[in-house]
Design a protein around this ligand. Structure first.
Ligand code: PRX
Length: 647
């Protein structure tokens, strides 16, 4: 059956940057015919202190990419200073606080002062160009000030999502060798407080962190270590609001952001200044069809790449009003997003399917209670969006009046690569549709052979670089090369599976490696397994994903109990191990179910047959495939029985 096509809407086309599908196709074709010329022109959207000499150099075999070589610029200057002439009094940031109905508006002029002062505080505490600074802040304006203050003086920020545990934070601070950490006494989200400063204290014990700068979000006191910990409220007034910018080379690092892979510890993806900023600005304008005056509401957290590119750098570089949303979609009720949309008159709204699924479940009434007439473009990101959720987003949230864009990208890509364009692309609900101009996706089979034409499924790769591409993994270029460029020589491999249908539409089918996508959060199975085996109750663990109504994917852990667990009831082993994962990684990584098993299905060479474990976790007991190659085929039956018993 042909997929239903949702046509573009004339009133959106009428004002769109790209106003027809033919125009998109022409633009895409031209961009691939002359990528260098295309990106050279796009690069003029940012302000260069010194123009670049060469557009791009790329060598995928060595995993080396550089954009806008010889150019000098500053990201903070582009996101703040350059707007002062025309829009100093325009709101740059609307902070929608956790407390319903409470907003704070920060103009570009005020943003300039806050960023300058904080940059001077960082300098005062010894931060220099190239130093890494850890930002472990909740969704408060200080998080944005901190990012831009780092960028201003050429320091490299490493934002760690404030939901990560002390252990996870510690690993990231140590890996990036951060000496300065910014945090808050507590976070506030959905009415609950989160003890951030306490977590930082635990995380940095024994590490060479010399300064912790603490913002105050709640009235709760927190112990301050003399000589190390400082209240921002005490330090900021001592500094001048004006701080000259450091002119950076285009390829100087802007930030590092950790993300999970299929093996080992999270990888610090390193993004550089010129390419990243141009790409964030370009995609923000094109995909959301942003125009001056539009209010952009991206409901992600600044701790993820979506927050970096589409709360901070993209919108601010373009001079937008960006919304910083501290709360949750369900606090105080399921109408919260739409209340904020009305209160701030948001034109663009961007969230993850997992949030939409939770809202759809509550029904239409909390949506319809609010007007939502300001909305024009609705975006989705982070995981495949089910067609019925897409349709609900379009019909109910958008009143069939807004464009819906399903945007596919990754931490590594810096910005959106595949997405509909509001005024140009007829949509198929559930498909991310087509590559942006300048982007050339390619599908290959497992042998690396390109799958040409339409109606094909394979592994999603990219041919050729784009400016937003991550340049390396911090401290581990070999792993960067290995992970993304070794599998299919000459191509960047995304780790995603994808179908290109008969009409050329791209459908992302999910990860083809051992990476899970749980409620839009990316987690490596290896990471969760290593957390589990860190406790003596667990001798061995195998983690797989299974379909989950709300979260997209749930986490299922099979564990072989350790000696210390002998005689301990299974329910207790399960509870203890869940707690361990929360502590080692984060509550977001907590397994939905832990099943204690007598053994794991392994080949005679000792390799765990995850395929079988996935099928069992899905309760698909009849398609386990050939078990004859297993070392102990009988464990499968025991695992199946255990799974059935636990349902
Ligand atoms: O599997 C894809 C999925 O999320 C992965 C990237 O995760 P992360 O680096 O955390 O970045 C998330 C925000 C950009 C991808 O490899 N993914 C992301 N967007 C989509 C998606 N899957 C399907 N459709 C999308 N729109």
């Amino acid at each position: 059956m042909a997929d239903a096509l949702v046509p573009t809407k004339p009133h959106i086309q009428a004002r769109a940057h790209v106003a027809s599908f033919a125009a998109y196709e022409a633009l895409h074709r031209a961009s691939l015919a002359d990528p260098s010329g295309f990106w050279r022109r796009q690069a003029q959207r940012v302000t260069w202190f010194r123009q670049f000499d060469e557009t791009v150099q790329q060598d995928f075999a060595r995993a080396e990419v550089a954009w806008f070589l010889g150019g000098k610029l500053n990201a903070s200057y582009n996101c703040v200073d350059r707007h002062l002439a025309e829009r100093a009094e325009q709101t740059a940031i609307v902070w929608a606080k956790d407390e319903p109905g409470q907003y704070e508006r920060i103009s570009y002029r005020q943003l300039h002062e806050h960023v300058g002062r904080l940059a001077n505080v960082l300098r005062r505490f010894g931060v220099r160009k190239g130093d890494r600074v850890c930002i472990y802040l909740p969704m408060m304006p200080e998080a944005v000030y901190a990012m831009l203050a780092c960028a201003r003086i050429g320091a490299v920020h490493s934002v760690v999502f404030a939901g990560f545990s002390a252990d996870a934070l510690r690993d990231r601070i140590a890996d990036a060798d951060c000496r300065v950490v910014l945090t808050a006494n507590e976070g506030l989200r959905g009415g609950k407080t989160i003890p951030l400063k306490k977590t930082v204290d635990e995380a940095i014990a024994g590490l060479p962190v010399h300064t912790v700068l603490v913002a105050q979000r709640t009235a709760t006191a927190t112990p301050m270590q003399q000589g190390r910990d400082r209240w921002l409220a005490d330090e900021l007034p001592k500094q001048r609001a004006c701080c000259p910018v450091e002119w950076m080379d285009s390829e100087d690092p802007l930030f590092v952001l950790y993300t999970s892979g299929s093996t080992g510890k999270p990888k610090g993806q390193l993004h550089t200044t010129g390419g990243y900023l141009v790409y964030a600005s370009y995609t923000h304008e094109l995909v959301f069809d942003w125009r001056p005056g539009d209010v952009h509401f991206c409901a992600a957290d600044v701790g993820w790449v979506t927050g970096h590119s589409y709360i901070v750098y993209g919108p601010l570089c373009n001079g937008a009003t960006t919304v910083l949303f501290e709360s949750t979609p369900l606090h105080p009720d399921a109408g919260r997003y739409w209340q904020v949309v009305d209160d701030v008159q948001a034109n663009i709204f961007y969230t993850a399917p997992t949030a939409l699924r939770a809202l759809l479940r509550v029904g239409d009434e909390p949506v319809k209670k609010h007007a939502r007439t300001s909305l024009r473009v609705l975006g989705s990101v982070g995981e495949p969006i089910n067609p019925e959720v897409w349709q609900w987003y379009h019909d109910v949230v958008g009143d069939k009046r807004c464009a819906v864009v399903d945007t596919w990208w990754q931490t590594e890509t810096g910005g959106i690569l595949i997405s509909a364009l509001p005024g140009a692309t007829p949509c198929k609900p559930g498909s991310a549709t087509f590559p942006l101009p300048g982007v050339r996706p390619l599908l290959v089979d497992d042998q690396g052979k390109e799958l040409v034409g339409n109606g094909v499924s394979g592994n999603l790769c990219l041919a050729g670089s784009w400016p937003g591409q991550a340049r390396t993994i911090l401290n581990d270029h070999a792993r960067f090369q290995q992970t993304y460029f070794a599998m299919y020589p000459g191509l960047y491999f995304t780790g995603d599976g994808c179908r290109r249908d008969e009409d050329g539409y791209y459908w992302i089918t999910g990860r083809v490696d051992d990476v899970l996508n749980v409620a839009g959060h990316r987690l490596g199975t290896a990471e969760i397994e290593s957390a589990l085996v860190s406790h003596e109750f667990c001798a061995e663990a195998a983690v797989v994903g299974f379909p989950h109504d709300l979260k997209g994917q749930g986490i299922y852990a099979y564990v072989i109990a350790g000696k210390a667990a002998e005689g301990v009831p299974a329910a207790e082993v399960e509870a203890v191990l869940k707690q361990v994962v929360r502590k080692v990684i984060s509550p977001i990584a907590t397994p939905d179910r832990i099943q204690v098993v007598p053994g794991l299905p392994k080949t005679r060479s000792g390799k765990i047959m995850r395929r079988i474990l996935r099928k069992v976790a899905e309760a698909n007991y009849t398609e386990l495939g050939d078990l004859s190659t297993l070392a102990e085929p009988q464990v499968v039956e025991q695992i199946v029985q255990g799974h059935k018993a636990g349902r």
